[in-house]
Design a protein around this ligand. Structure first.
Ligand SMILES: *[C@@H]1O[C@H](CO)[C@@H](O)[C@H](O)[C@H]1NC(C)=O
Ligand SMILES: *[C@@H]1O[C@H](CO)[C@@H](O)[C@H](O)[C@H]1NC(C)=O
Ligand SMILES: *[C@@H]1O[C@H](CO)[C@@H](O)[C@H](O)[C@H]1NC(C)=O
Ligand SMILES: *[C@@H]1O[C@H](CO)[C@@H](O)[C@H](O)[C@H]1NC(C)=O
Ligand SMILES: *[C@@H]1O[C@H](CO)[C@@H](O)[C@H](O)[C@H]1NC(C)=O
Ligand SMILES: *[C@@H]1O[C@H](CO)[C@@H](O)[C@H](O)[C@H]1NC(C)=O
Ligand SMILES: *[C@@H]1O[C@H](CO)[C@@H](O)[C@H](O)[C@H]1NC(C)=O
Ligand SMILES: *[C@@H]1O[C@H](CO)[C@@H](O)[C@H](O)[C@H]1NC(C)=O
Length: 485
């Protein structure tokens, strides 16, 4: 996860031009047993170690976060990474890190040990002119290992994608997998959600040209003709998703990538730049989190927040405590949770979510209210469908229909470092005032109680707002405590 987040950072570096590395020998066309390489401190972005016969692709050390590296295959003219060795941690761009070939290609560090290895007994490593890295025996016809079998977030032309593989977006949030007759896109918004996460897109094969035979494996292949095909028999596709350049005389190479926003996009190389050729989700509001946590996507109008304005000073729609972390059951934030209600909202992928049918919004909310793994519900008053969300609230879709409504829990920020000084001071004064007020009222209540008048001040409870939500209408907003420690 951490690695993938970091990967997101270096993909942003793609525009960085290739630095000269006069001191480096030219990259090899193959690596033989005994090969060793260490990162060169004077290289600022990419240190190629191996290239293919066309010179279009290179394997090398790609600098990440200034002082770390990933082992990646790049498209040389554009600097776009097509593949990255999957390590749980990033190696340092420093001397103890080395890449060696002893039959296995091994990335290791004398202090930390092995980061990544192909676990093979090969004789040579080479790159095909389609960017596939291969390990084979000398004189052998079959390959012992290929990078095409371990895709990262990208598929290139004619690379076979099977149900045993997954594409994972560089931030680690989204994945693409193949089902028996469909392509599934999944989001992992909370650690709690089981693999592969919440499905947000399911594209079923149309089976217009070929039927899918149950029980037989399917493959997804990016075809040079300009379409993403689902196959069981390579001669006839069971499904065709055509690109803008479908069947045009396009000579450039193609790739598809699962993007950090959860969309699957296809690109075509014109010889000088990549042109966007295809998007599996064309409506921005259908993306799983197009406006971020607690965001509201208005078709054609862009983003706003579920609550009418962003959190003070951050531009985000909810305090950082609500973003992609766990549930409301732990005591880490003292479980201070507020409720936000909004009408005219709908889940972007509700037809893929489980629901229960209930008679009223109150029943729907009730199922969520005391349940600390539930972050909110979305209810349709016309159908009675109640959708429970077991991950931090993401972006909802704005709809004109006011009978579609949502109830959302918001974890309040009590992470002290995150509260800026003035807000902290303000809160301090507010709490001070509340304490004094409470003290006086308590005394008053005590006196009243002693006179036999009970419950006089009960209405005052829950009115005490904290932080940025304090001046929201108190009728639709109240503090609740969940899952006490
Ligand atoms: C890169 O590949 C293209 C085909 O996609 C080829 O025409 C071109 O010559 C290659 N570039 C180099 C430097 O070999
Ligand atoms: C290659 O090197 C790795 C790491 O040092 C080691 O674990 C592995 O056993 C070696 N393989 C062979 C065939 O020597
Ligand atoms: C890639 O290599 C194959 C043979 O392995 C060759 O037929 C093809 O023309 C090459 N393509 C490019 C772009 O060099
Ligand atoms: C993909 O699979 C087909 C058979 O289904 C095979 O003929 C082809 O060589 C494979 N392509 C690659 C790049 O492995
Ligand atoms: C694939 O389809 C072709 C044409 O319909 C057929 O001749 C061939 O036998 C099929 N192959 C398999 C493995 O089903
Ligand atoms: C593609 O190119 C070939 C030859 O270069 C030509 O005969 C054919 O008409 C072209 N097709 C289209 C759709 O442009
Ligand atoms: C709590 O909510 C989760 C979904 O977030 C649901 O799966 C579970 O059944 C609920 N538990 C109870 C006791 O209602
Ligand atoms: C929900 O539906 C019920 C009847 O089905 C109706 O009485 C009620 O007014 C509706 N509430 C809203 C907010 O539309």
């Amino acid at each position: 996860m951490e690695r993938l987040l970091l990967l997101a950072i270096f993909t942003a570096l793609q525009a960085v031009t290739w630095t000269s590395h006069a001191a480096e020998p030219p990259p090899a066309k193959e690596l033989l047993i005994g090969f060793k390489a260490t990162p060169n401190p004077s290289v600022s972005s990419f240190q190629p170690l191996l290239t293919d016969s066309s010179g279009n692709y290179s394997l090398g050390f790609l600098r990440v976060n200034r002082d770390q590296l990933s082992l990646s295959i790049l498209h040389n003219p554009s600097f776009v990474p097509l593949w990255t060795a999957s390590t749980t941690r990033l190696a340092r761009w420093a001397d103890p890190t080395q890449l060696l070939f002893n039959g296995s290609l091994v990335l290791s560090d004398s202090h930390t040990g092995v980061y990544w290895s192909t676990h093979t007994f090969g004789d040579r490593v080479w790159l095909s002119n389609t960017s596939n890295m291969l390990i084979s025996k000398l004189g052998g016809v079959t390959n012992l290992w290929e990078s095409f079998h371990f895709p990262t977030d990208t598929l290139v032309e004619n690379q076979n994608f099977t149900s045993a593989m997954a594409l994972v977006s560089s931030n680690g949030l989204y994945s693409m997998r193949l089902g028996s007759d469909f392509i599934g896109l999944y989001a992992k918004f909370a650690n709690r959600v089981h693999e592969p996460g919440q499905v947000y897109l399911k594209h079923r094969a149309l089976q217009a040209k070929a039927d899918i035979i149950e029980g037989q494996p399917v493959q997804l292949v990016l075809m040079s003709d300009g379409y993403l095909g689902m196959f069981q028999n390579r001669s006839l596709p069971a499904d065709v998703q055509s690109f803008n350049t479908f069947q045009q005389n396009a000579s450039g190479i193609r790739r598809v990538r699962l993007e950090p926003d959860g969309n699957l996009k296809g690109y075509y190389w014109t010889g000088s730049s990549w042109i966007l050729d295809y998007q599996i989700i064309s409506d921005q509001c259908e993306l799983p989190s197009s406006c971020g946590s607690y965001g509201l996507c208005n078709p054609g109008k862009g983003c706003s927040c579920l609550e009418n304005r962003p959190v003070h000073g951050s531009g985000e729609c909810a305090p950082p405590e609500n973003q992609l972390a766990g549930d409301l059951c732990s005591g880490a934030y003292e479980n201070r949770v507020k409720v936000l209600r909004r009408t005219g909202v709908e889940l972007p992928f509700k037809e893929l979510m489980g629901y229960t049918k209930v008679g009223s919004i109150e029943q729907c909310e009730g199922a969520c209210e005391g349940n600390c793994t539930c972050w909110g519900v979305v209810y349709s008053n016309s159908s009675g469908y109640c959708y429970m969300l077991d991950y931090p609230i993401q972006t909802l879709r704005a709809v004109g229909d006011e009978t579609k409504m949502g109830y959302f829990k918001v974890r309040e920020g009590v992470g002290k470092k995150k509260v800026d000084t003035w807000l902290g001071l303000g809160l301090g004064l507010l709490f001070g005032a509340i304490l004094v007020f409470g003290g006086i009222m308590g005394l008053g209540w005590y006196k009243l109680k002693n006179r036999g008048v009970k419950g006089y001040y009960v209405e005052e409870e829950g009115v005490v707002g904290v932080g940025p939500y304090k001046d929201l209408g108190t009728a639709s907003f109240r503090s609740i405590e969940l899952c006490e420690k």
